[in-house]
Write a new protein. Sequence first.
Length: 199
Amino acid sequence: MGVRLAEVTDPTAVDALAPPAHRILQDLVSSGAALGWALPPAQSEVRDLLTELVEGAATAEAALLVAYASGDDIPAAVGFDPPKPLPDGSVLAGLGYWRRYQRQTHRPHADLERVAVAAGHQGRGIGRALTEGLVASARKAGIEVLTLDARGDNERALTLYRTLGFNEYGRLVDFVAVGHLRYDKVFYALDLRHPWPRL
Ligand SMILES: CC(C)(COP(=O)(O)OP(=O)(O)OC[C@H]1O[C@@H](n2cnc3c(N)ncnc32)[C@H](O)[C@@H]1OP(=O)(O)O)[C@@H](O)C(=O)NCCC(=O)NCCS
């Protein structure tokens, strides 16, 4: 399987990107993924989000990174239809983004908000490649501190972020509400003012 990463900067690309991105997010949230939605997002919501991110890329306000996978063995998640390929045979396998903080005193910093890999493509290094790419793009954009938060039981994501140099700076116990269940909300940060992440 080959993986190609691309930063999306062309607003006209959103038309083609929104349906497969929506499908990945919808499938993951339906399966209980901790992406900040209690219910799967509507396609219009995903489309609006992508538009905002791609428009923000022009002014280093945000960055949207996507991963395309190609190869003979493009997998479908159990229980889902196979993904629809692009003309070159590749399929959208994952996406992630960062956004600058709106508060004036926080403008040098950004939040890494959602890294999502289609269920059938997980465990093949795509999440790591996307997150590394997002850290590199934040560094290039001059972001000073990259933060993120994750649900306390999302051990796969938390392990990934720690191995990339993120440090936990806070935790709200039993803060995330999913129906009657409660999970910790964990806050991580990566200080990009240091030349190399402190591993
Ligand atoms: C979290 C997620 C993005 C990781 O993507 P992925 O493509 O499956 O991850 P990778 O194959 O690149 O593995 C990345 C790292 O995760 C960690 N990891 C993988 N499987 C793991 C497991 N079962 N337990 C603990 N850590 C695990 C490892 O550190 C791994 O790195 P390594 O293989 O180099 O040791 C993906 O699982 C996903 O989309 N989950 C649902 C959405 C989500 O929770 N997003 C994060 C929101 S904060």
